[in-house]
Design a protein around this ligand. Sequence first.
Ligand code: C2O
Ligand code: CU
Ligand code: CU
Length: 415
Amino acid sequence: MGYNGSYLGPTLRVHRGDDVTVTVSNNLSADTTVHWHGLLVPGELDGSPHQTISPGETWRPTLPIRQPAATLFYHSHAHGQTAEQVYAGLAGLLFVTDEEEQGLGLPSDYGVDDLPILIQDRQFVDGRLVLPAGMMVALDGRRGNVILVNGAYNPRADVPRSLVRLRLVNGSNARTYDLSFSDGRAFYWIGTEGGLLEKSVELQSLPLASGQRAEILVDFSDGRPVSLVSAPDQSTLRMHGMSMMHRHEASENNAGNETVLTFSPRLASSKRGSTTLPLLLASRAVPDPATVVARRRLVLNMRLGGMMDSDEEPLTINHRRFDMDRIDEEVELGAVEIWKVSGQKMAHPFHIHGVHFDVLSRDGEEPDLLDQGPRDTIVVDEPVELLIRFDQPASKAPFLFHCHILEHEDEGMMG
Ligand code: C2O
Ligand code: CU
Ligand code: CU
């Protein structure tokens, strides 16, 4: 499946201040939706199961773009079918640009020094994409033996010998990547799901869970070929204290890393190509915790016995399975709240629609270095406290919150 083609879809680049009308015609034989993950728009434009597009129908939302520059993505959010439709190819990239970001001199030549990198693991048998099924798939999520970038197998990118901006999007159903470079080189983390950081952070590795995005700058001015690699997946279900490790056939080097994407810095660097990093990126008003009007507690429940025992739902939030017709949490428009979210049995990437939030604490302590910035999807392994301001109206259709392991979401770990 794909948008305007066979697998995935076009990159949509939109500018802050614009009103963008998108025409979505459903030529599938199944219901679908298109959710703009990370876009701050009212509930009825969000593309959740409450905006289902039936086969043969057309949906034409006009999206007001009123948020800072960021790397977002769009994907199917069909009721109970999100995991299968995304796996089959219904996902694509969406960027927001704005004047502040364009004034920073960051690499922004699309496809040259500003590269979209949508990472997905997929299962191939005899060269054919197969859809894994079964009880373990519902619990652990669909995981694959091959890593694709923008739908390509064994991908390679020719890049200029300069600083290059990578817009990393984890479009996998369940897998977490732990990304680094094959020669151990450092890179600069400049943006999260919600936009640019205040200052860049020098890193040697960066984890990315399903639904998360990050922008990084990498210096290729030495001209040496290098690969973006990932450490083996540690995010899987823990049973009897052990993580269910998965094996992948993608080329492995001696550190056990899998290659994600190989870079050849063979293009002459363009006139605009730079090797200097801006010092300050973005400033942003974080809500004052003193203005918090409500605190809520969410537990992402996972019961392994639940698959066998029919009166116990295996995947819920606060013991309730997602219901299209039930409102689980009611929030006042404009309110600032703290949500304390914890999980069970494995690390769950927790996502909230219609907001960007800040991490206030992790496991009762200061948040990690990697928790900083405006977020919309955060890994809940230890309990986290999220500071959230709800600025988008949901008077005509509700927003969702859920685990971004898409199989967990489809099976009810959503509200
Ligand atoms: Cu990326 Cu509710 O989804
Ligand atoms: Cu979303
Ligand atoms: Cu989960």
